[in-house]
Design a protein. Structure first.
Ligand code: ZN
Length: 236
């Protein structure tokens, strides 16, 4: 009996990389876990376009937290993000910090951003990332009213800082774990180059990439409206 169980477990472990329902990208090593790449502050026209090319070439889906004022500049890019199967989350109208805003002010901002995304590409996001990751009770209550979960991150290579340009990849590869949410920005060419290398390196290590909603589902977490999540499972 024990031998049968061992054989069954071995078969499951062997097959797992090939039958995962949600995570894209084929690892060279045995499956290690799923992680989510997230990109804030876009869309950014040609830079986001190059990033989408790199993700498509590697069969990877990511999550984009977008701002209204960027959507107005690059509506076609937002539509491309949606059409190519990536997840879209809200990141406010104008990237103002929101932790000191009233519930009504937060609600007005979120509603405006939601409307922009919906009108542009017909998607109704279920995720919200507050600018700077700064939040308050008023913010989580307003997010709950809009049926949005608040998504933070667990790995931040600070790709916005030019000083870190050459250490983005090593910073992520060193700190990533199964269930990690990686924070990056589709604002800079060097972030696109780094994201491609991160994917290549982590796929070789046995990681697979998926969207934030898929990551939650994979690790058995229910995304509650108004709930705050930085990685999965939430308690890890
Ligand atoms: Zn931001």
């Amino acid at each position: 009996m024990k031998r049968c169980l061992t054989l069954l477990l071995a078969a499951v472990c062997f097959l797992q990389p090939f039958c995962l329902p949600v995570c894209a990208g084929g690892p060279d090593k045995p499956f290690k876990g799923c992680v989510a790449l997230t990109f804030d502050d876009g869309p950014s026209g040609p830079i986001t376009g190059k990033l989408l090319d790199a993700l498509a070439a590697r069969g990877v889906k990511a999550t984009f937290f977008v701002c209204s004022y960027r959507i107005e500049k690059f509506p076609d890019t937002l539509c491309r993000i949606a059409e190519e199967g990536h997840e879209i989350g809200l990141h406010s109208c104008c990237h103002s910090y929101m932790h000191k805003m009233s519930r009504e002010e937060v609600a007005e901002d979120i509603t405006g951003c939601m409307q922009n995304v919906s009108e542009c590409c017909g998607v109704r996001p279920r995720l919200f990332r507050p600018p700077g990751g700064l939040y308050s009770d008023a913010l989580t209550e307003a997010a709950k009213d809009e049926q949005l979960s608040v998504i933070l991150w667990s790995v931040d290579p600070c790709d916005w800082d030019p000083k870190n340009k050459n250490s983005i990849v090593s910073s992520v590869v060193r700190r990533v774990q199964p269930g990690s949410i990686i924070l990056m920005h589709d604002l800079y060419a060097h972030s696109v180059t780094a994201a491609a290398e991160i994917i290549d390196r982590l796929q070789k290590e046995g990681y697979q990439f998926c969207t934030v909603s898929e990551l939650a589902e994979f690790y058995g977490a229910e995304l509650e409206p108004g709930g705050v999540y930085g990685n999965f499972p939430p308690s890890s």
